[in-house]
Design a binder for this molecule. Sequence first.
Ligand SMILES: Nc1ncnc2c1ncn2[C@@H]1O[C@H](COP(=O)(O)OP(=O)(O)OP(=O)(O)O)[C@@H](O)[C@H]1O
Ligand SMILES: [Mg+2]
Length: 730
Amino acid sequence: MKVQTKITLLLAAVIATFLVGLWAFNAYDQLQFRRIADERWRERNESLDTFLAQWGDPLRIFALDYSNLDDMVGAIRANDQTWLDENLSEPTLDSFHANAVWIFGLDGAPVWQKNNLSAPELQFPVPREQFPQLFAKESFCHFFIKVGGDIIEIRGGTVHASRDFARQTRSGYLFVGRLWSKPMLREMSMFTGNEVTLLSPPTRSGENINDEENGLVAFSRPLPSWDGKPLAQLVVRNESPVVRELKRSSRWLLYSLFLFAFVLLILLTSSLVRWVSRPLRHIMQSLKQNDPRPVEQLSRDSSEFGELARTVHKFFEQRDNLMREMEERRATEEALRKSEEELRHSQKMEAVGRLAGGVAHDFNNLLTAIIGYAELISAREAGESTTRQHADLIRKAGEQAATLTRQLLAFSRKQMLQPKVIDLNQLVVDMERLLRRVIGERFDLQTLPDAEVGTVLADPTQVEQVILNLGVNARDAMPRGGKLIIRTANVHLDKWRAPQISVSLAEGDYVELSVTDTGEGMDEETKSRIFEPFFTTKGPGKGTGLGLATVYGIVRQTGGGISVESELSKGSTFRIYLPLERAPVDHVAPVQAPLEKSSNFETVLVAEDEEIVRELVCDVLSEQGYNVMCAVDGIEAMQKAKEYDGHIHLLITDVIMPHMNGQELAEQLSAARPDMKVLFVSGYSDNDIGDHGVIDARIDLLQKPFTPQTLARKIRDVIQEGKYADVAGS
Ligand SMILES: Nc1ncnc2c1ncn2[C@@H]1O[C@H](COP(=O)(O)OP(=O)(O)OP(=O)(O)O)[C@@H](O)[C@H]1O
Ligand SMILES: [Mg+2]
């Protein structure tokens, strides 16, 4: 049962008890009142009886005295009218308050009669033959007769001689009457203090005219006729206005108390609703809805409910804090899990990368020699001889192998990058034409350069490679055509999101490059392996599985991260995040000089530890007309330079060599020969040069494997535009 219901019931019980008390009090009051009324009634009865007895006494005495007189006996017998007239004169009647006298003989014959009423002769209504019957038991009788509209009280007695005390011998009958006229009744009322009236006898017995409620005490006395039947009734009313007034005021008091109780009940109920029910409802509502708002106002209250509301509020706050903490913890755990996964993945990729990089390095040197000599043979053999054809085939195979090693190096992040500040927006737009040509016209290609600031520090050639690889993959994933969207955007990666993409990624601003296709998508198994080198689903001869490995390597080496979302038969999105670089875009125009043989016999010093590469380079240079000095390492190169007095135009040095690396050699030689240009040749990067394979864009670098053609062109470019001296000097 609700508290409100309980309290209301309790209140109702209190009020009901109060009302029952009132009712009991009223009942007791009524009882008391009835007792007093009964008492009053009895008193009134008694006093009336006493009064009537005293009132009728003269008439009784008259009847008693004049019926026991010898003279009366004589007068009846002798019919002595004179005696009767003299002795029963009007003054005599008056002295007995009598109004009429009738005297009859023993046979009932009228002897004498007299009255002082208006009627000279009053007809006595009792038939004479009934006289003996009237006095059968007693010598006196008392009854009432009606004459006209008036009532006359009659006292009668048998007439005896004075010595007949026992009233044995009758000589006649005597009746004396008194008129109960209206004045007399008024007089009676005055004497008794009651209102006395005469009414006809009641038709129904037990009719109660008592009205104690209004302070009225009333009762009646039957007035018997001679035959005992009621002739009329004497009604006595005694009214007390004070009682009526008291009664009324007590009733009003009762009504007022009832009304008061009712108003009190309503007041208490509404107060309880205000003080108890409403706050409780708000608290319940707040708890049920899990919302602190319903108790906000209540919590400003100083009552216990206010205290409770504040506690509820606090509870919600603590709960929210707890939930926030739990959420943060969950997010941290999730981030940790992802980071671990990423770490495991990157460790795996690292190991594979190291292996691939090692193999590629050795292959590069070999391939440089294979391609180089094949090209030299081909150049020396004139016409379409078989030797030249074979040499061309060797060169082609070597170039294919070189592509593979380049990709492997890219994946293992061992290739030399020459980053510049570039605008990804511009790059994406510039790539659009090339991409369209590569992927074909069946695709709806959209480039959306949405990033507000698209500048990043990256090797543009490599980023182009990335977009190309992703575009080609998208094309392959949409054999029936589809949509390819390349978009850039500015994003901020917070401390949770960044490591989820790549463990090494720090919180900060990035430019996001996304490539989205509506192709066939990937399952989880494929998705987890796509960056592994040689992982492909494209079947033998169709894919090498190095595309995404290259992308991965380039992105990571550039200091970025890559993530992929994919859903089977819906499509895939690759997102690349490169750190935002807030610097102006570098505009280094590519140097394109026409290839020409040296005619000035410029001197070139070559330092290369790999014999086959060294010999190839020296052969090519001699062929091109240069004056060539070949050294097996940095030490020998230093020695040869020392011994040579003439001007050395160019130093070609491998980056990684035993005893002294290319950079040290270049620095030391440049100090003595500031005009000397430097060209670095490298198979792959190492910590010895640049920063993890990232070298200054102003340095001239030739990557292995290279062809004699590219070597010759590069040498001409460097001799004419060489940059190293500026860098070393700055
Ligand atoms: N956009 C894409 N939609 C669906 N699958 C893809 C997508 N890109 C890559 N893949 C899956 O990842 C595998 C590896 O891709 P990756 O580019 O490394 O190699 P490849 O495309 O198979 O071969 P290559 O790039 O050397 O021609 C693909 O074989 C293909 O299964
Ligand atoms: Mg591919």
